[in-house]
Design a protein around this ligand. Structure first.
Ligand code: P6P
Length: 313
């Protein structure tokens, strides 16, 4: 190896031993900053990428040009960070080696991208795990989502799930995040939103819906993080439940279930697959699906009672 190359290698080794690169929480903060920094460019690229490509993602879903665009921007933004060793995306079959580092980032680059055709809100989700994938939600050291709504905002938390406090941030045109209020679920719930077709709901979930629908207003928009944002703002419950046709539901644990459970639990709510916190589910694969229910604790407790015999405890 020539002198200059040897020097470069030594510099990279120094970077890899940089204390900040060894501290998962510091890497997690940098990852959230990187997603916020990429958000304006992702948002600016949406208008010209509303067409479907002749392709499917690993979950068998049609892929929009915008999905690929957001995924490539986020891989560059996150993969280059010191301390990030693995990048995984809902749009890619397997995780990508991102160099030295114990931290793995898992992203849904454009959650709810089918809303692009109808010009409804969507977002980018990031889960930051301390360790390899697939990972338990208890290995999260940060989670966040950017919401491309009338205003571009981020909801995020850093630290172990049990210690996380969640805040909303304004994402500026320059890609900086300016902290706003701490996010706490209101005590009195107002809204609910449930995915899947009504005839495809198992009888016990349908019975739960009958029980709570007179108490709450229906808010369902087809992008999980936009619907969860409603729950975080107004209180209530969001679910994409187990279906008769899909007993594990639709949403992915690594990219959607774990991060949204981290955020809702950090905001004082609860998550459940019908029997336990999503954060306690054993990770078996990066695209494993899980029934997702998140919201005010009393509503989740009533759900688990209603679904008592569905998922073994
Ligand atoms: P459906 C978006 O495709 C997504 O993964 C979630 O963001 C959303 O909650 C759900 O799927 C919407 O699914 O069946 O209502 O189109």
């Amino acid at each position: 190896m020539e002198g200059s190359d040897a020097g470069d290698e030594a510099a990279r080794d120094d970077d890899a031993t940089d204390p900040a690169a060894r501290d998962p929480v510091a890497v997690a903060e940098a990852a959230l900053d990187a997603v916020a920094a990429a958000a304006p460019e992702i948002r600016a690229g949406l208008p010209g990428r509303r067409r479907y490509l002749d392709d499917e993602n690993p979950s068998g879903e049609d892929v929009l040009a915008a999905d690929v665009y957001a995924d490539e921007l986020l891989e560059t933004a996150l993969g280059d960070l010191d301390g990030v060793g693995t990048y995984a995306s809902e749009e890619r079959e397997s995780a990508v080696d991102a160099g030295e580092g114990s931290v793995s980032v898992a992203v849904d680059p454009l959650d709810g991208s089918s809303n692009l055709a109808s010009n409804n809100p969507m977002g980018s989700i990031v889960a930051v795990y301390d360790g390899p994938l697939p990972a338990s939600g208890r290995d999260l050291v940060a989670a966040g989502f950017v919401l491309y709504g009338p205003v571009t905002t981020m909801v995020a938390g850093v630290g172990a799930p049990a210690d996380a406090t969640v805040h909303e941030y304004l994402v500026t045109e320059e890609g900086d995040r300016e902290q706003l209020e701490r996010v706490r679920l209101p005590d009195d719930p107002t809204v609910y939103g449930f995915g899947g077709r009504v005839p495809d709901w198992p009888a016990d979930f349908a019975a739960y819906v009958d029980e709570i629908e007179d108490e709450l207003k229906l808010r369902y928009g087809g992008a999980m993080i936009a619907d969860v944002s409603q729950v975080l703002s107004y209180g209530g419950v969001f679910a994409y439940p187990a279906l008769e046709s899909a007993p594990d539901g639709k949403l992915r644990l690594q990219f959607e279930g774990n991060p949204v459970a981290y955020l809702v639990e950090g905001a004082g709510g609860r998550s459940s697959d019908g029997a336990r916190s999503l954060l306690d589910i054993e990770a078996t694969g990066i695209h494993q699906r899980v029934p997702v229910h998140v919201g005010n604790a009393p509503l989740i407790e009533r759900l688990e009672t209603a679904l008592d015999d569905v998922r073994p405890r």
